[in-house]
Design a protein around this ligand. Structure first.
Ligand code: GYE
Length: 336
């Protein structure tokens, strides 16, 4: 960071410290004396882009990889002063973090919205302060597209469809009974993956007999799967909206004396290391990828926005899919 930017950055860091004490863990540098606040946002006239990022939480392997990508890319060497906060899967924490970034007068705000709805007021506040907003990973459900510059992330409906198409191909005609472990209620990937999967199995004899949220975590995936196993003795397949919940389901299935991947087939989304290992080990049957390495795209878009260049409103990240054989091949060189 250039010396000239220090005063403003330090002021920002200190003024926000008390706000963050209430909510999430801010991983920002600070510690020098400050004496007031600054509110004019947007610009980076000092050459360093101060970017406030509000992350969903630390709920999954995917999220850990996503956080690492952002922190590894938005570095001082790369021209950024990154302010990062973790909302612990709570919308109110994210709103509070975004408000604090507005008060600090950061140049850009980026966030991955935990749920789809309820963002218009805080986005309007950012707009009124002249601070551009970039969405990463998850979408917001807003009728006003001028409230953000760009949305960078995967097509979750397509991911659900890819999972459902594979299930239909493999198991249609066998009267399969499936259970679904949904992501966080109201989150874009939970809504969209469900929709995509359901549309792909429509017209087949694969039937979803139960569906509940496991909040994208391994622990809740396990608990919900235990409940499903107590309630139903005819489960053939688990569709989990992410690897972590699938990994929790594996634990529940094994504890019930069954073999995951054989007695009960498992299909998940993400393709992070632990999921891919379980796939290669035969405990998961198929994984649709969701690429978490969004840092480079975010850096590029933020730079363009600050330079006043036009950016694409929607940047779709392309995803692959893996079966047990291709997982074995991909694992050694996998980045996440
Ligand atoms: O699939 C899941 C994470 O929003 C795409 O969030 C992301 C999802 C991801 O918790 O593992």
């Amino acid at each position: 960071m250039a010396r000239t930017t220090l005063t403003r950055t330090v002021l920002a860091a200190v003024s926000v410290a008390s706000l963050f004490a209430l909510s999430a863990c801010a991983s920002d540098a600070g510690g020098e004396p400050a004496g007031g606040g600054e509110t004019a946002g947007g610009g980076a006239d000092d050459g360093v882009i101060t970017l406030g990022f509000s992350q969903v939480g630390a709920e999954s392997g995917w999220r850990a990889a996503n956080t690492k990508s952002i922190q590894d890319t938005l570095t001082t060497e790369n021209g950024f002063d990154l302010k990062f906060s973790d909302a612990q899967q709570k919308q109110e924490n994210q709103i509070q973090a975004i408000r604090s970034y507005i008060t600090q007068g950061v140049d850009v705000i980026a966030f991955s919205p935990v749920v789809e709805t309820g963002w218009d007021p805080v986005l309007q506040e950012a707009k009124a302060a002249g601070i551009p907003v970039i969405l990463t990973d998850r979408a917001v459900d807003s009728s006003d597209e001028t409230l953000y510059e760009s949305f960078i992330g995967s097509d979750f409906v397509k991911e659900g469809e890819m999972a459902g198409e594979w299930v239909a191909e493999q198991y249609d005609g066998e009267g399969f009974k499936a259970v679904e472990l949904q992501g966080t209620t109201g989150a874009a990937p939970a809504i969209d993956r469900k929709e995509g999967f359901e549309s792909a199995i429509e017209g087949t004899d694969v039937e979803i007999i139960d569906s509940q949220t496991g909040n994208f975590t391994r622990a809740e995936g396990k608990t919900v799967m235990e409940g499903f196993l107590n309630k139903h003795d005819d489960i053939d397949l688990v569709f989990a909206h992410n690897d972590d919940m699938g990994l929790g389901a594996i634990e529940a299935i094994e504890a019930a004396g069954m073999t995951p991947g054989e007695d009960i087939k498992i299909v998940t989304i993400d393709a992070v290391k632990d999921g891919m290992q379980a796939l290669a080990d035969g405990k998961i049957n198929y994984i649709v990828e969701c690429n978490p390495l969004l840092g480079p795209d975010l850096a590029e878009i933020a730079k363009k926005v600050i330079a006043g260049e036009e950016v694409e409103k929607r940047i779709v990240v392309e995803d692959l899919a893996f079966d047990q054989e291709s997982a074995k091949e991909a694992l050694p060189t996998r980045e996440y």
